[in-house]
Design a protein around this ligand. Structure first.
Ligand code: PHE
Length: 333
């Protein structure tokens, strides 16, 4: 009995096992308890011999049990420590810091620059009315940009704005003249994706309306902007263009930043960056459509692709990189 009890205790793996063993031997109906209870039935000579022997065994078993309980508790604790082991001296590796997206950086730079020149930043919706996006901007009903193959229409009267110019209308209607605002955001056109085109891109729009504002003010403002944004060496080229909402209108190119005007694949070997910017003197009809008297006030407006500005500024040759969020690209900024 003794050796059975002791080896059972040795083999116990859990507190539950131990408790079963305790009950088996030392419980009220336990084997040893039964022997001790049965002492009375023995003869006078046998009683002290068996009694003291049984007590000895009980003490051994009891002692062994207690020892085992301590052991078990210890090994449970050890296992737990092993499990939750944390080496505070281990090298945690470099903390990875996020990067600002080149588009966001460019947008903020543009905003800072124009805010310094006295412009106010305003914000507007990407889902726009046909009235604001085309009609109020003096766009003829048959203008190709209205075509369903160029523009994402939501219904007859609503579309995804194709440029940020409707913000001119919103601003003039809300604040009247005089006015100096910039506004930026996403615009949408039904373009196939290639290295310079994406059906979603970003524009930055500016509008000044005041008494006596002229084309000279526009050119001066844009010259300052280009030098501030890209540096003093940057050449600027104004090409005549046509927009329904400005007259006269111009498109602006700057020196290719990749080759500095030498000619390279990034600028199609022209030495000039892709057209960065459209601009012009606000058409009197547009002022009129917004309740501003063109005999008193005049204005200039410009719109540029933020994506293209960022591409020129950072020498990025593929617009798709801007929207793929590849960490190898983003972490360079
Ligand atoms: N909205 C024109 C475009 O998207 C740019 C522009 C803005 C031109 C303001 C003139 C004045 O191409």
């Amino acid at each position: 009995l003794e050796s059975g009890a002791l080896s059972a205790i040795d083999g116990a793996k859990t507190m539950d096992d131990l408790e079963k063993i305790r009950l088996q031997y030392l419980g009220k109906k336990g084997e040893l308890t039964q022997i001790l209870k049965g002492l009375g039935k023995l003869s006078k000579e046998e009683r002290p011999v068996v009694g003291s022997f049984a007590n000895e065994v009980r003490e051994k078993v009891q002692g062994k049990l207690e020892e085992k309980i301590v052991n078990l508790k210890e090994s449970v604790y050890e296992a737990q420590m092993e499990d939750e082991y944390l080496d505070v001296t281990l090298d945690a590796g470099k903390l990875r810091v996020g990067h600002r997206h080149p588009l966001l950086k460019t947008k903020e730079e543009l905003e800072d620059l124009f805010v310094e020149m006295g412009f106010t930043v305003v914000d507007g919706p990407e889902i726009e009315s046909v009235a604001n996006n085309f009609d109020a901007l003096n766009s003829p009903k048959n203008h190709p940009s209205r075509d369903k193959s160029d523009t994402f229409y939501i219904d007859d009267k609503t579309l995804l704005r194709t440029h940020t110019s409707p913000m001119q209308i919103r601003a003039m209607k809300e604040y009247g003249a005089p006015l100096r605002i910039v506004s930026s955001g996403r615009v949408f056109r039904f373009d196939d994706v290639d290295d310079t085109h994406s059906p979603m891109f970003h524009q930055f729009e500016g509008l000044v309306v005041d008494k006596g504002v002229s084309l000279a003010n526009l050119i001066d403002t844009l010259n300052v902007f280009v030098k501030e944004m890209f540096g003093d060496d940057m050449q600027i080229r104004y090409r005549p263009h046509n927009f329904p909402f400005t007259e006269p209108s111009t498109e602006v190119d700057v020196t290719c930043l990749v080759c500095h005007g030498e000619g390279c694949p990034a600028c199609n070997h022209t030495g000039w960056s892709m057209e960065l910017l459209g601009a012009g003197v606000v058409h009197p009809n547009v002022l009129r459509n917004c309740g501003i008297d063109p005999d008193v006030y005049s204005g200039f407006a410009f719109g540029m692709g933020i994506d293209r500005i960022a591409m020129v500024k950072y020498g990025i040759t593929d617009i798709r990189l801007m929207f793929e969020n590849d960490d190898r690209f983003l972490s360079q900024f």
